[in-house]
Design a protein around this ligand. Structure first.
Ligand SMILES: NC(=O)c1ccc[n+]([C@@H]2O[C@H](COP(=O)([O-])OP(=O)(O)OC[C@H]3O[C@@H](n4cnc5c(N)ncnc54)[C@H](O)[C@@H]3O)[C@@H](O)[C@H]2O)c1
Length: 307
């Protein structure tokens, strides 16, 4: 393992709970954080920055006592500032429970294997795996789906779908029975959401993959689920047209608002915790109920008011 890849963690850093957003919330609410992840260890794949959904979920897990190993997208050799790594390290360095941070390009099997080796070395076995990875070329996202390029289709499917299979297979030998895998999806995989385009096809495939993987991993007592999140402002979200969706959800979702990072964080952690032990092969929506609507609902009232 490249020395620069291993996290220079812990020593001299503030205790993990001090930097925790959730801790601050708990102090305000006068509550103690639930320690349901005490003794649990796992991998968090897909933190890019503090807006990432994976970070919201990881924070919940670490606040509840879990230990995490993180990956970041490898930096380009000519990027002397190592920006990808630095953005994630700025977050993980605040948490004693963040045990390592290593580069991983999920399109490379050797990178995935190295991450699993690092996890085995640090943790022995793991209890959870969060896959929060997706990518499509902007040009393909911007095109009508019918004109998606062949290379763009392969790239989007490889990063956004195949990597779940590859990471699950690679993690299988070190996953404890009772363990859980979760991935992130979006409603555009169930219904046509114009603008989501090729990524909608990827999410449909990802959701099918969740069901097949749940079947394969079932005998090992490992669960596989997906969280279908409403729009959230993140790097990937912006690229996939989240801004327009935020307004739409506010008017159409039964809750009449968008969801927060914290809400996705809690439900993501739930899917990776023992609290969801009987659930596998499930697509769980955290979208204010948007997916339940069969008509624009109160959005019509809004439009009428403006006429
Ligand atoms: N933001 C939303 O509105 C929203 C809604 C529903 C689902 N999702 C899904 O949530 C997941 C996380 O996205 P996010 O919104 O937190 O954005 P994000 O940009 O913070 O996370 C996407 C992550 O994918 C990683 N990634 C891309 N290509 C990779 C590769 N080759 N190897 C390894 N990692 C790679 C990026 O480094 C990044 O960390 C994605 O699957 C996304 O489709 C997002």
């Amino acid at each position: 393992m490249d020395g620069s890849a291993t996290k220079s963690v812990c020593c001299g850093r503030p205790p993990w709970r001090k930097g925790a957003t959730r801790r601050r919330e708990d102090e305000i609410n006068g509550k103690q954080a639930d320690m349901q992840f005490e003794g649990k260890k796992g991998l968090v794949l897909g933190v890019a920055n503090d807006h990432s959904i994976a970070w919201a979920i990881a924070q919940r897990i670490m606040d509840a006592g879990g230990e995490c190993g993180f990956t970041h997208l490898p930096d380009r050799e000519d990027d002397e500032r190592k920006r990808n790594r630095r953005r994630v390290a700025q977050l993980t360095d605040k948490y004693e429970n963040a045990k390592f941070l290593v580069p991983m390009d999920a399109q490379k099997d050797e990178d995935i294997a190295r991450v699993m080796e690092q996890a085995a070395e640090t943790f022995g076995k793991i209890d959870f795996l969060l896959h929060s990875i997706a990518f499509a070329d902007r040009n393909d996202l911007a095109r009508e789906t019918v004109y998606t390029s062949r290379d763009g289709f392969k790239l989007a499917m490889d990063v956004s779908v195949y990597t779940l299979l590859a990471c699950t297979a690679a993690a299988k030998p070190i996953l404890n029975p009772g363990g859980a895998i979760a991935t992130m999806t979006y409603f555009g995989g169930e219904k046509c959401v114009p603008g989501y385009n090729v990524m909608g096809i990827c999410k449909a495939a990802l959701e099918a993959a969740v069901r097949y993987l749940a079947y394969d991993m079932g005998p090992h007592q490992v669960r596989v689920n997906a969280l279908s999140a409403g729009p959230i402002r993140t790097l990937a979200g912006r690229a996939a047209g989240v801004e327009d969706m935020l307004t739409l959800y506010e008017h159409m979702a039964p809750l009449g608002r968008n969801i927060s990072h914290d809400e996705v964080g809690r439900t993501g952690a739930f899917l990776l915790s023992d609290d969801s032990n009987g659930i596998t092969g499930e697509i769980l929506h955290v979208d204010g109920g948007y997916n339940a609507m069969g008509s624009p609902g109160r959005l019509l009232d809004h439009i009428k008011k403006q006429q």
